[in-house]
Ligand binder design. Structure first.
Ligand code: NAD
Length: 370
């Protein structure tokens, strides 16, 4: 069938292969129904270092560039902690993001009804929460020049980081946010510090101009980052899509993630420019790491990875109904009381990684027939 639905699978280290195996089962389920996914697999991280002496072999990078759609597990582990910086497993992921030009990081914060008590906020504040943080990933103060630490004539030191954004950089990330909002609740909150930073002034002006010219149908409001941090814990359901820069996005996406209360449940996507074939380069991965402490024990929660695959269906292949099906199946399994150890509470049923995958598949079958 169609070779157009190609996916590069990079399971990585630790629990990566275990959780990705569950995604593979979901892909098989779709294939049995004629979706024609074509999965190729590669090595990355510590596993790739052991076999090839590098955390990202050239052939894997070339495959990622060719296919453009990457499903990523996790990388890292204590056995590689002492490697030189450029050989560390995490460098494989960082290089992949850079080479694919992934400038937009999408981090949804979604609270499933069944897990509403896992949040540190009151249930009423987070029940039904569904917001998306769009973080600029390749610019701003983490990359701006000049940067560094210099010695002053009097022997003291001076450190400099530069927050820098150009109008094209702001426009392309804002465009991602407006497009996403159109498929959701049609509302964008643009976040900066225009009250004290020139980059914030330019950010606000550029987002507003783009809005007025191309997206007047989308509701847009501007908010200072400090206020946004406060509003996220005060009244998080006021947000649909939040778009912000690299630094503020780093902080706010972690804050929003914790509203949901569980690392094993958090998916993410990173998107690049639109390619000649009309799709964006994209990498989908759970927010959590390789969890070496529980690797190989069938204890990992595969749901963050499965929800990342739902994002892949939606954002790379336009399969929104199928993405909804996966998300609804996850909700149904949680509703039925099945929990991996990380989200297990008294009165719920403890299951392992593979059984959680089986439950999701079962729920998909049931919901698809309904
Ligand atoms: P981690 O996210 O791997 O684990 C933190 C804690 O959460 C651990 O107790 C772990 O058991 C638990 N946990 C994480 N994911 C889970 C899941 N799906 N199900 C159940 N429990 C889960 O973070 P860490 O311990 O700080 O880092 C471990 C390794 O992962 C390090 O080498 C780190 O560099 C790497 N890391 C990789 C990524 C990535 O690949 N994107 C991200 C973060 C950390």
């Amino acid at each position: 069938m169609s070779g157009e639905r190609r996916i590069l699978f990079l399971p990585g280290d630790g629990i990566g292969p275990e959780i990705m195996a569950q995604v593979r089962r979901l892909i098989d389920w779709f294939d049995e129904r004629g979706y024609g996914f074509v999965v190729e697999e590669g090595e990355v991280g510590g596993t790739a270092y052991e076999r090839h002496g590098t955390p990202l072999p050239d052939a894997v990078l070339a495959k990622a560039q060719e296919i453009g759609t990457v499903m990523f597990g996790a990388v890292g582990g204590p056995q590689w902690d002492d490697l030189p910086f450029h050989l560390k497993p995490e460098q494989g992921l960082l290089r992949l993001r850079k080479e694919l030009g992934l400038f937009a990081n999408l981090r949804p914060a979604m609270v499933f009804d069944a897990l509403v008590d896992a949040s540190s906020l009151k249930p009423d504040l987070v029940r039904g929460l569904d917001l998306m943080i769009v973080r600029e990933l390749t610019g701003g103060v983490y990359f701006g020049e000049p940067r560094g630490i210099e010695e002053l004539p009097d022997g003291e030191k001076r450190a400099v980081d530069t927050q820098v954004y150009t109008t094209p950089e702001i426009r392309r990330i804002a465009r991602v946010a407006f497009e996403l909002a159109r498929g959701r609740r049609n509302s964008v909150t643009s976040v900066e510090k225009a009250n004290v930073m020139y980059s914030g002034v330019l950010w606000r002006r550029t987002v507003q101009e783009l809005h007025d010219r191309e997206y007047p149908d989308v509701e847009l409001r501007h908010m200072y980052a400090d206020n946004c941090a406060m509003q996220l814990v005060r009244q998080p359901k006021q947000f649909d899509v939040i778009v912000t820069d690299n630094l503020f996005g780093d902080l706010l996406s972690d804050e929003a993630a914790m509203l949901t209360g569980s690392l094993g449940m958090l998916p993410s996507a990173s998107l690049g420019e639109v390619r000649a074939d009309g799709r964006r380069n994209a990498l989908y991965e759970p927010v959590h790491g390789s969890a070496p402490d529980i690797a190989g024990q069938d204890r990992a929660n595969p749901l963050a990875c499965i929800l990342s695959f739902a994002m892949l269906l939606r954002h790379s292949f336009g399969l929104s109904a199928e993405a909804d099906l996966v998300e609804k199946a996850v909700a149904a399994v949680l509703e039925a009381g099945y929990r991996t150890a990380d989200i297990h509470t008294p009165g719920t049923t403890l299951v392992g990684t593979t059984e959680m995958g089986s439950r999701v598949l079962e729920a998909m079958g049931r919901l698809a027939l309904a």
